[in-house]
Design a protein around this ligand. Structure first.
Ligand code: HSE
Length: 442
């Protein structure tokens, strides 16, 4: 059934919700010409907020109860921007069940319930779009789902969290301390409601799980994404890597998809200063997708912030509205998901990469020999050793000992960890070994 007017219900009027309302109010002629239909913001809903002021033809009703939106038979598209698991999960499932199409930015929900959400959408004949869930304003979901549909996606790696990229940038380039940099990200509206999600790599893990599930057609579960955030990252290592090794520290999400196995991890990563990611500033994200036919394709843009995320949400709304107006929405599912396709996770300990190890030791003959003995025992091959003079600014900054940095050739994670565990027990070692991963063969 064709429709001249497509009705939208917006649930969640926080930073992104208000941006979506603003775009629907101020850019309406452009949006409607792209949708080929009139688009009416019928409802805005926020449990705690205020009504969105009416503007032009958009005179939405306001409610604090999302059920008013989902139960209204006139609503065609529900925009879910409340975030978190509940009531978002119940709301999305209820909307799909009543054949309302959904646009969401909720990566946490998608990562945790990918299977349930995909099946619910398939069974309802309604569509679930989620461009804003990953990469803010970057059209990476459409890019993978449609633009790269001809490819088997073998690898995705990227800077997936704007807040941590912003924090790392301000700390290293502007010398800002961690707390001040985080405050800046929060004030700019990049950070999650609970910034621990950003700092501990949880948000990036959500996004990686969504990208990997989308790209593989299987469900890559959140618990199979190994995760390490930036909270325990010492700015000393960030400076040392840049000054002495020409490497830049970024929080990366990396997934490799084999025919029946995969690996997925999020952790601070040292990359060469010449890599395109090295210059990704502030809240920007960058994502490489490697397809077997297209090779590397890079996506780049603002990964966080009100209007970048709103751009992605409203793009979804336009594409949904276009299909609703033509009476074709939901005739074919948006993503491919087959519960029978299962990929097995490769344990993190078995993954191979180069490693950065910083030991803090007493300055005495034979210390290096003691350390390298344990690396040799685990068959971890050293590619270079750097000892920072205590007279230098970098050396003096490490209290209680002398920093010795060892870079390894490619070695399995588990062996390096075992070596570090043993080294940490040595009497000459003064602090726990700092262990970072190097990716320089991207
Ligand atoms: N907190 C997220 C980030 C917002 O910093 O990237 C966008 O998902």
């Amino acid at each position: 059934m064709k429709k001249d007017v497509v009705n939208i219900g917006l649930v969640g009027c926080g930073t992104v919700g208000l941006g979506v309302a603003k775009l629907l109010q101020t850019n309406l002629p452009v949006l409607e010409s792209k949708a080929g239909a009139k688009m009416r913001l019928l409802w805005t809903c926020d449990k705690y907020g205020k009504p969105v002021p009416p503007r032009g033809v958009q005179k939405p009703r306001f409610t604090r109860d999302w059920r008013d939106v989902v139960n209204d038979p006139h609503v065609d598209i529900v925009v879910e921007l409340i975030g978190g698991y509940e009531p978002a999960r119940t709301l999305v499932l209820a909307a799909l069940k009543s054949r309302k199409h959904v646009a969401t930015a909720n990566k946490a929900l998608l990562a945790k319930y990918w299977g349930e959400m995909s099946v619910a959408a398939q069974q309802s004949g309604a569509l679930l779009y989620f461009e804003a869930a990953v990469g803010g304003g970057i059209p990476v979901i459409q890019g993978i789902n449609e633009g790269l549909a001809a490819n088997r996606i073998e690898k995705i790696y990227g800077i997936l969290n704007g807040t941590t990229n912003y924090i790392l940038g301000r700390m290293t380039e502007d010398g800002m301390d961690f707390a001040a940099a985080l405050k800046g990200a929060q004030e700019a509206g990049f950070a999650e409601a609970d910034p621990t999600f950003d700092i501990e790599g949880i948000d990036a893990a959500h996004k990686l799980a969504v990208l990997a599930s989308l790209a593989s057609g299987a469900w890559i579960r959140l618990e199979d994404v190994t995760r390490e955030g930036i909270s325990s990252l010492d700015v000393w290592d960030v400076h040392f890597a840049r000054e002495r090794l020409g490497m830049v520290t970024k929080l990366l999400g990396i997934v490799e998809l084999g025919k029946d196995r995969f690996s997925a991890r999020v952790h601070p990563t040292l990359i060469p200063g010449t890599h395109p990611f090295a210059n990704v500033p502030r809240e920007y994200n960058a994502i490489f997708v490697h397809g077997d036919a297209a090779g590397d394709v890079m996506f780049y843009g603002k990964g966080a912030g009100q209007m970048a995320a709103s751009s992605a949400v409203v793009s979804d709304v336009i594409y949904l509205a276009r299909q609703v107006a033509n009476g074709t929405a939901g005739q074919i599912p948006y993503v491919t998901y087959n519960p029978a396709v299962q990929l097995k996770p490769i344990p993190f300990d078995q993954l191979q990469c180069r490693h950065y190890l910083r030991f803090t030791t007493v300055d005495r003959p034979g210390v290096l020999a003691q350390i390298t003995r344990f690396l040799a025992r685990q068959k971890v091959s050293i590619s270079s050793v750097h000892q920072e003079d205590t007279e230098s600014a970098l050396g003096a900054a490490v209290r209680g000992g002398v920093p010795i940095v060892v870079l390894t050739h490619k070695a399995p994670e588990g062996r390096v960890r075992e070596a570090a565990r043993n080294i940490d027990r040595l009497a000459v070692v003064r602090r726990k070994t700092v262990h970072l991963r190097i990716e320089d063969s991207f």
